[in-house]
Write a protein that binds this ligand. Structure first.
Ligand SMILES: *[C@@H]1O[C@H](CO)[C@@H](O)[C@H](O)[C@H]1NC(C)=O
Ligand SMILES: *[C@@H]1O[C@H](CO)[C@@H](O)[C@H](O)[C@H]1NC(C)=O
Length: 370
């Protein structure tokens, strides 16, 4: 046989068989996405976010979620702390939910979504430790739901975001029943749909399932009149609207579909709508190539770590979008090179400024609205 035919008939199939037999660390799942919109489809790409100012650089690590109370900003950090920043940008540690002597994120905790109720109680969802409310003046804390709690036969792993209704009902998401927060890249590469929207009823103490079958469920936000919830389904690039009024309770619609990036937290905007943070842009990563091709992901994860695959194929970008209550896009703000802000996870709109949180950045970004 000639060399080319030996390669074709023996070596190539042999390599194929060996690769096929190599174990994959997990089983990727395929699904269809609509083709991604061009970045400037909805509204033109701009560079408004490059005017943002970095504050408390290297003092605030990974401020994923932010909340405003009596002139102070509260945030959770990558090392498990809840911090408070006053108007003079002085920083104080409020508390840590995890153990004091901790060696890893599961013990230290990783606070994500934060909410204050009208009477001043701080609700915190921690990716590992669960759902809490805290009296920030005394530090007194109550755990409402613990990490790993089994709901409808499946454990809550990777708590993500929460919203609290004025009667104390808590709506929250968990992104996985298997992967921890620090494994979010594996979660995205696997692509399964075991993420849920849950409800904690303070009267009965019960946790129940409102939505199942989500891929990377993320931000949760109540409408102003509390008639519906918005629920980010990050891995499907869409936002669900879940109705709470007695006449439509439990009904759902798609609020926004085929967005240009993964959807993270959703928070109120000062004009009565919602700010949506999109940390990773579809046209700047390979997610759309991977989604319908689980075999390609399965092939790659036999050779490379999911972190390596994602890191080497993703370009940073800063994007936040404002939506009106009826779902139309009001405006967008971009940092197209990620030079100032990227991987934005939440927008805090104080009326005069936007503060941008990010689960990776070692700072807060502030953009004046004047
Ligand atoms: C926090 O605790 C103090 C002291 O017990 C109490 O006076 C205050 O009302 C509590 N705050 C909230 C928001 O419950
Ligand atoms: C979730 O994934 C399973 C298995 O891939 C599939 O059978 C099911 O229809 C999916 N559910 C939703 C809501 O997409």
């Amino acid at each position: 046989m000639s060399t080319p035919s030996v390669v074709l008939t023996i070596i190539v199939p042999l390599i194929g068989v060996v690769v096929y037999l190599l174990p994959a660390p997990f089983e990727p799942v395929g699904f269809e996405l609509q083709s991604p919109p061009y970045l400037g489809d909805a509204l033109p790409v701009n560079d408004h976010l490059q005017r943002a100012e970095k504050i408390l650089e290297n003092q605030v690590l990974g401020p994923e979620s932010l909340v405003f109370k009596d002139g102070d900003i509260y945030s959770g950090t990558a090392d498990g702390k809840i911090i408070k920043i006053n108007s003079n940008l002085e920083l104080t540690n409020v508390l840590s939910l995890g153990s004091v002597y901790c060696g890893n994120e599961i013990e230290c905790g990783r606070p994500l979504g934060l909410r204050f109720t009208k009477d001043g109680l701080l609700y915190i969802i921690d990716a590992h430790l669960g759902l809490f409310h805290v009296n920030v003046s005394t530090g007194e804390r109550t755990r409402l739901v613990s990490g790993g709690t089994i709901v409808d036969g499946k454990p809550i792993v990777f708590f993500n975001d929460l919203a609290v209704r004025s009667d104390g009902m808590v709506y929250f998401t968990h992104s996985s029943t298997k992967w921890h927060r620090f494994q979010h890249v594996s979660l995205a590469m696997e692509g399964n749909n075991d993420s849920r929207l849950l409800q904690f009823d303070p009267t009965s103490g019960e946790v129940s399932v409102l939505m199942d079958g989500l891929t990377l469920g993320n931000g949760v936000q109540l409408s102003q009149d509390e008639s519906f919830l918005l629920v980010a389904e990050g891995g499907r690039m869409r936002i669900h609207q879940y109705f709470l009024t007695s006449s439509r309770e439990g009904e759902r619609e798609i609020f926004a579909d085929n967005l240009p990036g993964f959807v993270d937290n959703i928070r109120p905007s000062s004009s009565g709508g919602f700010w949506v943070a999109l940390p990773t842009i579809r046209r700047h990563c390979l997610y759309d190539v991977f989604a319908p091709r689980p075999w390609l992901r399965k092939f790659l994860i036999k050779f490379f770590s999911p972190e390596f695959i994602v890191k080497s194929t993703t370009k940073p970008y800063g994007l936040v979008m404002e939506f009106a209550e009826d779902g139309h896009i009001v405006r967008r703000l971009d940092d197209p090179t990620g030079a100032v802000v990227s991987y934005i996870s939440e927008v805090l709109d104080t009326g005069s400024s936007l503060y941008l949180g990010s689960y990776t950045s070692p700072f807060l970004a502030k953009l004046s609205l004047e």
